[in-house]
Design a protein around this ligand. Sequence first.
Ligand code: NAP
Ligand code: F7E
Length: 303
Amino acid sequence: MPKSAFITGITGQDGSYLAELLLSKGYKVFGLVRRSSNTNLERISHIERDITLLQGDLLDQNSLANAIRHSQPDEIYNLAAQSFVATSWSQPELTGQFTALGVTRILEAIKTENPKIRFYQASSSEMFGSTPPPQSERTPFHPRSPYGVSKLYGHYATINYRESYDMFACSGILFNHESPRRGLEFVTRKVSNAAAQIKLGLLDKMKIGNLEAKRDWGFAGDYVRAMWMMLQADQPYDYVIATGISKSVRELVELAFKAVGLNYHDYVSVDPSLLRPAEVDYLCGDASYAEKHLGWKPAVSFE
Ligand code: NAP
Ligand code: F7E
């Protein structure tokens, strides 16, 4: 029997890469999509015929239980979230509903439908917030946004269901990971897109926020591989997934503009309205535990 997997957030960046990976391993893949007046399947249109999409919403407990009952998965990957940190200040309550309580809803649905299902929760380096690097599984958390606070709730909910009900529930504490499928509001896509448009004469200038923030940026394709590896392990555990190399937003901007033969100083200016109420200044992960226990290593570098 081929294994089957159910992915929430399948229409997002990570969901699309994970679905591809699981299909390549022979899985039957189910994905949760929420109703919208416009289709939102660009990232999975190339594999749409190979997967089964089920309607539901992280805000609706019943729809989650129905989707699990219908798909009978061996593994569930909870990737759905309000994932844009900046928006979490303007929509803090909704962010908590999706990103925090949504985790409890899906854990409850698993407990009721089949507690033997293996569960992956998409935790985040944003939970470390202001705690200085290097950040590992042993680093204390100090989130700096409603998003980070919500992710921390989901993280501990996952640990709590593992400890209370003996469920195979893991969290991957993933540092920033990017790709050509990243949403345009995130800084890597915003910058690479603007550099390309300026080069082509389609845009004059780009406004940016905090140039000094430092992030540990990896490639989404490498990171979904780690998610799958966590659910194949003998025991459930939580793992930091990162490259161990940190760069500033300024270095990212410089590199992107240089790649198209431009000097960023001529095109980029800081817009104070893009600064966040509280910033995460410096993230750099230590993924040595994942390397030792899962054999995971990133293949794609920042450059
Ligand atoms: P993304 O591109 O923003 O995708 C988010 C997904 O969640 C989309 O499919 C979205 O559906 C879905 N979603 C949002 N609210 C929902 C709801 N109420 N019900 C059902 N689905 C809902 O995010 P990503 O970059 O792939 O990240 C995947 C997960 O990893 C997220 O939980 C994110 O917070 C977490 N994470 C990401 C990173 C990173 O660097 N990428 C790092 C650490 C953790 P629509 O298409 O309908 O909007
Ligand atoms: O910002 C700075 C910004 O929005 C990165 C999500 O996937 O990773 C992501 O969260 C940095 C921040 O990602 C702009 O202030 C400057 O310091 O690309 P971002 P993020 O906030 O790190 C974590 C791990 C997640 O879990 C999240 O889901 O760049 N920055 N100027 C800017 N950021 C944006 N978006 N736009 C700017 O103009």
